[in-house]
Design a protein around this ligand. Structure first.
Ligand code: C2O
Ligand code: CU
Ligand code: CU
Length: 498
């Protein structure tokens, strides 16, 4: 009952207005999701130092190896949290590559569940894109039964993912994409950064090196013993319990896997590569004057000054934060305008010393190719809404009224053609497209996002039109909601490029 009322309110856009109480149910502001509360002792905010994920392990030229294995990490001070990791780390190690220089990442699955690796934002051939049924089975041989499921290309123990990286410099990320289980597997730790650099970006006077920081923002909830809480319907049962099917929100904000961390910075400019890797939570980040320089697909044409950054699951916003005018000792707190209580703050920067800083943000960042909507060969509709799936009456999330079917292509697109894709929603859905980024050409929102996007934030009863052009790789790819609970409960569709 509560759920349908919540859905109804959401459809009216009421949940976007702020925290409101209706029939006893508390609606989290700007979210389509439910809060899961920690039972563990939580640290005081801004007491745990921020860390930066280590670089990926290189085993040969342009060849990296990542072992997926279970670990127990100290995330909350004094407690151990069992997690699924890429190479023992959460976030996983950062892969750094250069435009036009193909790399191979060999993944070895030492976990006890099948996995799938997807490079989000990567311009990647289908066989390495991580289609949800292209499973990498555990080395141990566990779960062989699943290999029958979905008709994917199954690998046993190890799999080579080949990334051409033939794309502009950008902040990408890799994460698990296993059909029906992406939510729990990403939540338990399977996510990392992949940064693409190029000569054009290197030539710009932007902050670099120690002052170029990837920041992965996630929310989690912890049990008393430090283990992660997640409302699965059962081990190896897809989806979450009824109460959480709109999405899972945690009450602890982690940046690079640290709860409300603090970072000491010079009085200088920093490039912050903000990634929202949360399952369902949106953030409105405030507290810093941000200059946005990049979006999902790379640099913007011109920098944009922002007082706040709205970021939905899957999105990246590259900003330059300017601490150069601040006195040593100044503390800057990044708040979350869409949170309340423990989730209203994210992290803190503490300025330690004055330094020489030659970086700046130039007026022109890149030569930007605008896709011309007038050249589009057709418009396709993709409607994201709740519906019947998997037993429960309303226990599913659908695209164009259909649940995901890995055997079915929902569209066929010719490589090289520009199309208009029209996304529309009932509630909040961050819509993500694989293979090529797109440009927003019209939107029911007053300030549509700029630049090359691969994920677009839609609120309740909104619509967005994007221009998209797929290139180079023929095969089957995905368009889906990046609320991972929605994704696992069938809110995906696929298209073939020919
Ligand atoms: Cu970030 Cu299809 O996923
Ligand atoms: Cu993706
Ligand atoms: Cu959704």
């Amino acid at each position: 009952m509560t759920l349908s009322r919540r859905g109804f309110l959401g459809a009216l856009g009421i949940s976007a207005l702020g925290v409101s109480s209706f029939g006893g149910a508390l609606l989290p502001a700007g979210q389509t999701a439910q809060l899961l509360r920690s039972r563990a002792r939580l640290p005081e905010p801004f007491t745990v130092p921020l860390t930066i994920p280590p670089p990926a392990r290189q085993i040969a030229t342009d060849h990296y190896e990542i072992v997926q294995r279970a670990e127990s990490l100290e995330i909350l001070p004094g407690l151990r949290t069992p997690v699924l990791t890429y190479d023992g780390h959460f976030p996983g190690p950062t892969v750094v590559s250069r435009r036009g220089r193909a790399i191979t990442v060999t993944h070895r699955n030492e976990l006890d569940v099948p996995t799938v690796v997807h490079l989000h934002g990567g311009h990647t051939p289908a066989e390495s894109d991580g289609f949800p049924t292209d499973l990498l089975m555990p080395v141990s041989g566990a779960h062989q039964g699943h290999a029958m499921h979905g008709g994917g290309i199954i690998a046993h123990g190890t799999r080579d993912y080949v990334y051409p990286c033939d794309q502009p410099a950008a902040t990408l990320w890799y994460h698990d994409h296993r059909m029906d289980f992406t939510g729990p597997q990403v939540y338990r730790g399977l996510a990392g950064f992949h940064l693409v650099h190029d000569d054009e970006e290197d030539a710009l006077p932007l902050p670099k090196g120690e002052r170029d920081l990837p920041l992965m923002i996630t929310d989690r909830a912890f049990a008393e013993d430090g283990s992660l809480l997640y409302p699965s319907r059962g081990p190896e049962v897809p989806g979450v319990t009824e109460e959480y099917m709109e999405g899972v929100l945690g009450d602890v904000i982690l940046v690079n896997g640290r709860p409300w961390p603090v970072l000491e910075v010079d009085a200088a400019r920093y490039r912050l590569r903000l990634l929202n890797a949360s399952n369902a939570r949106r953030y409105r980040l405030t507290g810093l004057p941000f200059t946005q320089i990049g979006s999902d697909g790379g640099l913007l044409e011109h920098p944009v000054s922002l007082n706040e950054v709205l970021i939905a699951p899957g999105e990246r916003v590259d900003v330059v934060a300017d601490f150069s005018g601040l006195a040593a000792g100044t503390e800057v707190i990044v708040h979350n305008g869409l949170g309340s209580g423990t989730t209203a703050q994210v992290m803190k920067f503490r300025v330690t010393r004055r330094v020489q800083d030659d970086s700046r943000v130039p007026d022109v960042l890149t030569r930007f190719e605008r896709l011309d909507p007038a050249k589009a060969v057709r418009t396709r509709d993709w409607r994201f809404g709740r519906g019947k799936h998997g037993g429960g009456d309303n226990h599913g999330w659908l695209v164009n009224d259909r649940p995901f079917d890995p055997y079915r292509a929902d569209a066929t697109v010719r490589l090289g053609e520009v199309e208009i894709w029209r996304f529309s929603t009932d509630l909040h859905h961050p819509v993500h497209v694989h293979l090529n980024p797109f440009q927003v050409v019209s939107s029911s929102r007053s300030e549509p996002p700029v630049g090359w996007k691969d994920t677009v934030n839609l609120g309740p009863a909104e619509h967005v039109e994007v221009a998209v052009r797929f290139t180079d790789h023929a095969g089957r790819f995905l368009v889906h909601c990046h609320n991972l609970e929605h994704e696992d409960m069938a809110m995906m569709a696929s298209y073939d490029t020919v």
